[in-house]
Design a protein around this ligand. Structure first.
Ligand code: ADP
Length: 552
């Protein structure tokens, strides 16, 4: 008899907890006992005889079997309390049916739930019976009512259909978990590989409910998946954790599909893929992900920094070469006048003395301008090298400013600029380096005149505050565009004004800022392109007081 048939019968007796059972084929003229199994086979011999008497009956009624005297005896003899009879398969063309008879000593053995479970396995049993009896019909001499003969024949080889062989082989080679559940979810069949991973034996697993092997936390989701599979009749997949006999938690992806016969649910087919490794890798990847994101961010930052560094270096190089060309121009202009006027004096001995005097004057002024330029460039490099120190004394701010304004009067007059000074009548003094402060005022006032068009106005205001002196140099000039404002105190920075370039070196305001810083002062600028500029300078009257205030 086919191994699968044997297994199926065993499963049925296990789920019904029956003591023994019969598989009987009955037709109009004959009956065969295909298989008998269970604990007390020999005790059923009288029943066999009784069943033989059924040969001629046209139909086997449930009640009829029940009334068999041998069966009644059995009930008392081997404490059989209940029995179950159900058609397994009917061969309509041959007008015969195969029945299963199960006997149990438990009063509740065949309750509704149990019957349902048995019936769901009967679908499988029916397949096996059909295969077996077809083969018997075609290949082997049809056995008669001789029970012994049938037993021998059914145990013989060659009854497995090709399909069963292949199916069995498939289950053997499958490395994944393969299982069949009855319609209540109890395990009917599990393949070898599945049993091994779950660390159980086949007997320990069969008949148990599938959810018994699912981690309790995943019971709900698994039940939902089963409901879904029943509802949709499609293959349903879900991830779950199966628990092995030794409590190992195994991550599985389960795929299930309904088995139904004549529209009635008879069970569930399922496979399970161990996704433990996959989960492990997923976890590793999840752990790595933020690290990768962070690494990418760092790379990006590093790139941006390198780029910024490059562009800073490029910018500095550009500014330096601009500075060199500007400063050469600035040097060349006074030098050209000096050389030109000296040559004229030299080459023309008859030059009228007034003209000579005028030319000499120009040479002197241009020389002074050159010296001033060289000084401011040198000052910057000195400050940068930390070589400059303040030569402090009490400085009269108003006097100092009057002096610088006087020096710039001519320059302002050339452009008809109204140079205006507003100051308090009382003395305004502060602790400062007089020369450096003079340089600061000079740079601010000359810039104001330089960047103001003809007939404009430059106003200098001094305010005597409590602890500081405020000096405002304001003009009605061309102004500074907003985008350039943050950069005007940077070395060599010059506002680009295409078409109306005003010569310069971009060091004047650098010097101003450095000096103001050295004096612990503050310089701010307010400007608007086209409407003028105001530099607001605040210098502490007493450096020491200011210093202690800062630190306190
Ligand atoms: P420069 O030698 O070019 O004058 P500065 O360092 O003195 O260099 O000034 C930097 C830039 O600030 C100048 O190129 C100029 O465009 C702008 N600037 C300075 N003062 C004024 C002002 N009063 N009005 C308009 N623009 C000014």
């Amino acid at each position: 008899m086919s191994e699968l048939l044997k297994n199926t019968l065993q499963i049925i007796s296990r789920i019904s907890q029956s003591k023994c059972g019969y598989l009987v084929r009955i037709d109009n003229s004959d009956f065969d006992v295909i298989s008998v199994w269970g604990e007390n086979k020999e005790k059923f011999q009288p029943l066999n005889n009784s069943l033989l008497k059924l040969k001629k009956s046209s139909e086997v009624e449930f009640n009829f079997v029940k009334e068999l005297p041998e069966l009644k005896n059995l009930f008392t003899e081997i404490s059989i309390n209940t029995f179950f009879i159900q058609e397994v398969h009917s061969f309509r063309e041959r007008n015969e049916s195969v029945y299963i008879l199960l006997f149990s000593e438990m009063a509740e053995a065949f309750n509704e739930e149990c019957k349902d479970r048995i019936i769901s396995v009967l679908t499988i049993l029916s397949g096996h019976v059909k295969e077996l009896l077809h083969v018997v019909d075609h290949d082997v001499d049809k056995t008669t009512g001789d029970n012994e003969n049938l037993q021998v024949t059914s145990e013989g080889n060659g009854f497995l259909s090709e399909w069963e062989d292949n199916f069995k082989g498939l289950l053997e080679v499958a490395t994944d978990l393969v299982f069949i559940l009855d319609k209540s979810g109890n395990i009917v069949l599990v393949n070898e590989a599945g049993i091994l991973t779950l660390e159980y034996t086949l007997d320990e697993i069969k008949g148990k409910h599938f959810l018994e092997f699912v981690n309790v936390d995943f019971n709900n989701s698994a039940s939902e998946a089963f409901e879904e599979a029943i509802k949709t009749k499609n293959v349903t997949r879900f991830e779950t954790i199966l628990v092995s006999k030794y409590d190992r938690q195994l991550a599985y992806e389960i795929s299930i599909r309904l088995i139904s016969k004549n529209g009635k649910v008879s069970g569930m087919l399922g496979t399970g893929k161990n996704i433990g490794k996959l989960k492990h890798f997923e976890k590793e990847i999840r752990k790595l992900k933020p690290k990768i994101v962070e690494a990418n961010r760092l790379i990006k930052l590093e790139r941006a920094r390198t780029k910024k560094h490059e562009s800073l270096v490029e910018e500095l190089n550009r500014l330096k070469s601009e500075f060199i060309s500007n400063i050469s121009h600035e040097f060349r202009t006074p030098l050209a006048s000096i050389i030109g006027f000296s040559e004229t004096i030299e080459s023309d001995p008859d030059l009228p003395p007034e003209m000579k005097k005028e030319f000499n004057n120009i040479i002197l002024n241009e020389g002074k301008r050159l010296a001033k330029l060289i000084k401011s460039v040198l000052d910057i490099s000195k400050i940068e090298g930390g070589k400059i120190s303040l030569n402090r004394s009490t400085v009269n701010v108003v006097d100092l400013l009057l002096n610088v304004i006087e020096m710039n009067k001519e320059f302002a007059g050339q452009k008809n600029i109204d140079l205006n000074f507003e100051h308090p009548s009382d003395e305004v003094t502060l602790e400062a380096d007089k020369d450096k402060l003079s340089g600061v005022f000079e740079a601010l006032i000359s810039n104001a005149i330089k960047f103001t068009n003809e007939y404009g106005r430059v106003k200098i205001i001094t305010n005597n505050l409590y602890r500081e002196v405020e000096i405002i140099v304001s003009d009605t000039g061309i102004g500074i565009p907003e985008k350039d404002l943050p950069y005007i105190f940077q070395k060599f920075y010059r506002v680009s004004r295409p078409g109306s370039e005003i010569p310069g070196t971009g060091v004047g305001l650098v010097f101003v800022k450095q000096m103001v810083d050295l004096h612990k002062g503050l310089i701010t600028v307010q400007s608007e392109a086209g409407s003028g500029t105001s530099f607001i300078l605040k210098l502490p009257k007493n450096l020491k007081i200011e210093k202690s205030e800062v630190t306190s």
